[in-house]
Design a binder for this molecule. Sequence first.
Ligand SMILES: CCC(=O)SCCNC(=O)CCNC(=O)[C@H](O)C(C)(C)COP(=O)(O)OP(=O)(O)OC[C@H]1O[C@@H](n2cnc3c(N)ncnc32)[C@H](O)[C@@H]1OP(=O)(O)O
Length: 311
Amino acid sequence: MVLCALRQPLLRSSSCCGTWTRLLKRQTRGCVYSSVHGFNQEEVREKLQAFPGGSIDLLKQDSGIAVLTLNNPSRMNAFSGSMMVDLEERVSELENWTDGKGLIIQGVAETFCSGSDLNAVRAISNPQDGMKMCMFMQNTLTRLLRLPLISVALVEGRALGGGAELTTACDFRLMAPGSVIQFVHKHMGLVPGWGGAARLVRIVGSQNALKLLGGAVKVDSKLGLDIGLADGVLQARQEAEGTDSPLQLADNWLSRYTKGPAPVIQAVKKVVLSGRELPLSEALRTEKDVFGTVWGGPANLQALASKSKHK
Ligand SMILES: CCC(=O)SCCNC(=O)CCNC(=O)[C@H](O)C(C)(C)COP(=O)(O)OP(=O)(O)OC[C@H]1O[C@@H](n2cnc3c(N)ncnc32)[C@H](O)[C@@H]1OP(=O)(O)O
C-alpha cells in the first residue's frame, strides 16, 4: 500500500499531535472519505457499474514507467461509471507496484478526456448520487496523486471538465500542439467536485484558478506554460517515418526524472508529497523517516563506493 509507506512513519512520529494522528487514522489508504463520512465504497461501486462503457487500461513497463490509458473513443474518452470503478482498481494495482517509478496518463484517439459521461450524469443528477460519485472520484484521484510514482498527464486534443480535473491529479502536465485544458464546469452549472479546484489553486495560484474556473478559459499550450499549468509542450508531430509518437516523447520526457533505482525515485516523490500536503513540522519528520529508508541503502552505498563526481 503506497500511502502506508508515507503514513506509517507519520503515525509513529506524530503521537504528540493528536489532531493530526486522528485525521490520518480516519483516512483509509490515503482516501479523503470513509465510513466516518457516511461513505460506503462498495455501494457506490455497484451504482457506478450500472453505467458501463469504455475501459481504463494499465500497462506496466519494465522501465518502471506505467501507462494508464482512457479508452472510450466513441465518447471522446468521457468517464462512464464503470471507467470510474476501473480507475480505482488500476490505482490499487499501482499502489502495490514495488518496482514502479513513473506513470503516464493518456487518452486514446488523440484526445485526453471529455469529463464525465453525460449520459451517466443525467441518470444520477439527484444530489445524493452526485455526492457519492463526487466522494468516490475525490478518493480515487487523491490516491492517484499520492502514488509514490512521478506522474504526467499527456494531454492531446481536449481535457474538459472532469478530464481537466484528472490532469491536476498528476505531478506534471505535458501538452501536445493544439491541445486544450478547459474547466467547463461553469457552463454546466457546476464547479469541480473531483478535487480539481483545490489542486488547481496549488498548481497555478488562486488568482489564476479563479480566472480559469470563472471564465471557463480554454488553456492552450502557450497559456498553460505561462501560468504553470503545463510543464512542457510536445513538438508538432512530423508525419515522416521514425518520428516519435506523443507517448514516446512523454516517456522520454519523464524518464529524466525516473532514472535510478525505484526505492530512491519513490523516496523523492514521498518527500515532495509530504512537503506539498503536510504542515511543515510534520513534513520535516516525514522527510527524516523517508531519508532513513534510503540512507545506507544499496544505491547510497554503491554511490559512496564509486567516488562519484557531480560535474
Ligand atoms: C465532472 C463534471 C464534468 O465533467 S462536466 C463536463 C462534461 N463534458 C462535457 O460537457 C463535454 C461535452 N462534449 C463536448 O463539448 C464535445 O462533444 C467535444 C468534447 C468538444 C467534442 O466535440 P466534437 O469534436 O464536435 O465531437 P462530438 O460532439 O460529435 O462528440 C463525439 C461523440 O462523443 C460524445 N461525447 C463527447 N463528450 C461526451 C461526454 N462528456 N459524455 C458523453 N458523450 C460525449 C458526443 O455525444 C458524440 O457522440 P455521438 O457521435 O453524437 O453519438
